[in-house]
Design a protein around this ligand. Structure first.
Ligand code: ADP
Length: 503
């Protein structure tokens, strides 16, 4: 590219070459439109040229044929009138024949009834016999015309007819007395054709240039909106713009841009939730450390700390360390589950046994607030599950049902199945969840009541982990809840595992 300073702009050269390559590539939309417009523009030019030349030639030949034929008929009459077939001395007829052959740069041969040449304007075949198919057919009264394009002449046979009238019967009989065989040159027609052809070529080349320029402009114009889309996407990619794109020129570009805007929106949401997650993680990990630091500093600042106070502070420090440990453990669990293609160790397990074991382990916690744990199972259920992960998920649901319950409340776990899925319902008589929080409770670190959840040792990660595990089993989680009445989580999982299985 030539820059304004007058030097070759080396940096933009590869981009220029790239652009040329893009335009000339057959896979380019512009190149295809160019080819279509170019062909559509060019074909009529070629067809027009060919058809004009062809029809001129056909017309010129037929005019020449009928001209010569008329002249030959007149001469044929004179041949009879002057009895030329018997006596070729007629000056008038000879002059007529010479004039005809000069006029059309041709040759006239006259054949009598014995197939003998009695006159040849070239003077070389007189006295010879000629028996050709055309001549024989002509003696039967048929005219024949043949155009030899390659050698540039027209050959014609005309019968020399004598009409004899029978006055007694009032009839007239036509007898073929001889044949005139003529060949006339078509040089003048060929020369005109050549001139016409050359003019047509010049016009065609001019049209070719015009069609080329038009095709370039037209294809560029049609492809422009697609280039606009690419430019707009590049702007976003380079970080110059963050706005939703709009290229409404075509329905197609509108659809592409709409789809891109949706992807962009999704990426922004993902980015936002990632940022939120990072700030939440930092906050959750920092809080116990800050408490530990405060507790340790206040111990250090005091001299002669009483044994009991020392012990109490140390217990608080251990509590905070445990909390940090739980958050880190939960985070690690989530990271493991988040890995793409996280694998499940699936095998046949009794779901009844899994739930019974979980409830047994949670009895001591439930007892602290006098919560009754009830398990109801309609039947024995065996399913293909990852026992460790599913135990973790169900434990989270039941633990929440205990944690967010009221004193002396109850938790009912029911198990049932049909021919496809098994269903576990975890119902509590607790504080309930407001409807507007239904969609958010599975988010990492989301808690309906932050201080209450922290107080009872929640990390805000339990439901995120539990739902991820259910989804990995190709299952679903539904929620029903009423504030101050209770909550029911319904977990449905296929009996036969259909997802990715670790071998
Ligand atoms: P946490 O560790 O805080 O319990 P979870 O992810 O397990 O975190 O739960 C997210 C939030 O959903 C909880 O903080 C709580 O507000 C609410 N929640 C979960 N289960 C129940 C339940 N059974 N009853 C009432 N609220 C619940």
């Amino acid at each position: 590219m030539y820059s304004q300073s007058g030097e070759w702009d080396i940096i933009s050269m590869p981009r220029f070459i790239d652009k040329i390559k893009r335009i000339t590539s057959l896979r380019s939309f512009r190149a295809r439109i160019f080819i279509v417009v170019f062909i559509v523009g060019l074909i009529p030019c070629i067809v027009l040229r060919e058809s004009i030349l062809y029809s001129y030639e056909a017309r010129a030949i037929s005019v020449r044929e009928s001209e010569v034929q008329n002249q030959l008929k007149i001469i044929a009459d004179h041949l009879i009138t002057y009895n030329y077939l018997q006596d070729q001395s007629s000056e008038a007829v000879n002059a007529e024949l010479e004039q005809l052959s000069n006029l059309y740069d041709g040759r006239v041969i006259i054949i009598n009834g014995n197939f003998k040449i009695i006159k040849d304007t070239y003077g070389i075949s007189v006295g010879k016999n000629i028996i050709s198919e055309e001549v024989i057919r002509c003696f039967k009264g048929e005219n024949a015309t043949k155009y030899d394009k390659d050698n540039g002449f027209i050959e014609m046979t005309i019968p020399i007819i004598e009409n004899i009238s029978d006055e007694i019967n009032g009839t007239e009989t036509s007898i073929v007395r001889g044949v005139m065989l003529t060949s006339v040159a078509t040089d003048t027609i060929s020369i005109t054709l050549d001139i016409l052809g050359r003019t047509a070529w010049i016009i065609e080349v001019a049209m070719l240039v015009a069609v080329f320029v038009l095709a370039m402009l037209f294809s560029g114009m049609l492809a422009k909106p697609f280039n606009k889309v690419t430019d707009a996407i590049n702007e976003v990619k380079s970080g110059y713009s963050d706005e939703a794109l709009s290229v409404p020129d075509y329905k197609e570009t509108e659809h592409i841009v709409e789809a891109f805007n949706k992807v962009l929106g999704r990426m922004r949401t993902i980015d936002q939730s990632r940022q939120e997650f990072v700030s939440n993680v930092s906050h959750e990990l920092k809080t116990p450390i800050t408490s530990i630091k405060l507790l340790a500093e206040s111990l250090l600042m005091q001299d002669d700390v009483p044994q009991e106070l020392y012990k109490e502070f140390m217990q608080d420090i251990v509590g905070e360390i445990n909390r940090e440990d739980t958050v880190i453990g939960d985070l690690l669990e989530l990271v493991k589950l988040d890995k793409t293609n996280a694998e499940l160790e699936v095998a046949d397990y009794s779901i009844n046994e899994i739930i019974e074991r979980i409830l047994k382990r949670l009895v001591p916690i439930a007892r602290q607030t006098d919560i009754e744990l009830v398990f109801e199972s309609a039947r024995e259920v065996a399913a293909q599950v990852d026992e460790v992960k599913l135990t973790l998920a169900f434990t989270n649901f039941v633990e929440n049902a205990i944690k967010y319950n009221k004193e002396h409340g109850s938790v009912h776990v029911t198990l049932d199945c049909d021919h496809q899925n098994f269903t576990v319902k975890v119902s509590d008589t607790g504080i309930g969840i407001p409807e507007e929080a239904f969609d958010r409770i599975y988010e990492r670190f989301y808690r309906v009541d932050k201080s209450h959840s922290r107080e009872i040792g929640g990390t805000g990660l339990g439901l995120a982990i539990a739902r991820n595990i259910v989804l990995m089993h190709r299952g679903t989680v539904d929620i029903e809840s009423e504030l101050d009445v209770g909550t029911t989580f319904t977990i449905t999982i296929p009996l036969i595992y259909t997802g990715y299985k670790k071998e």
